[in-house]
Design a protein around this ligand. Structure first.
Ligand SMILES: [Zn+2]
Ligand SMILES: [Zn+2]
Length: 140
């Protein structure tokens, strides 16, 4: 399987080879701002599987874990594109909204539910983590 992604204005696009290693929904406060009030839904792919074209803007901050998180977005239209952690340079977490093929990329885990507003709809079928979950399995 391969995936493609594009921002709202078309200035940034991407091609991704293979399947995500994890799909997660995140309710942390930074994600609520990136997603305009809701959670972000993120598909984590190996870094080398992704090819980008176009100008990304980025913003970095130190997370509660002490790791540096970098959020990237289209420099022109602001569409959220991905996040990455200094602790896991081998992965990029692409925003599912950026991808052209959202079908099949259902979240498997919901994280940072401690920060979710009381009106958040959280799938009772899915495992949840109140805060940061353990890292995903290593892919060698
Ligand atoms: Zn754009
Ligand atoms: Zn988050």
């Amino acid at each position: 399987m391969s995936y493609t992604g594009q921002c709202n204005c078309g200035a940034v696009n991407a091609k991704i080879e293979g399947e995500p290693v994890a799909v997660r929904q995140c309710w942390c406060r930074q994600c609520q701002k990136a997603a305009a009030g809701s959670a972000t839904t993120n598909a984590m792919f190996p870094t080398e599987a992704i090819t980008f074209h176009g100008a990304l803007g980025s913003w970095s901050y130190e997370a509660a874990s002490g790791n540096t998180l970098t959020q990237s977005f289209c420099a022109n239209c602001g569409t959220p594109v991905m996040g990455q952690s200094s602790a896991r340079p081998q992965f990029r977490t692409l925003r599912v909204g950026f991808l052209d093929q959202a079908q099949g990329l259902k979240p498997q885990v919901i994280i940072w539910t401690d920060d979710a507003p009381e009106w958040a709809v959280i799938d009772p079928e899915l495992p949840t983590f109140a805060r940061q979950p353990p890292p995903p399995p290593s892919q060698g």
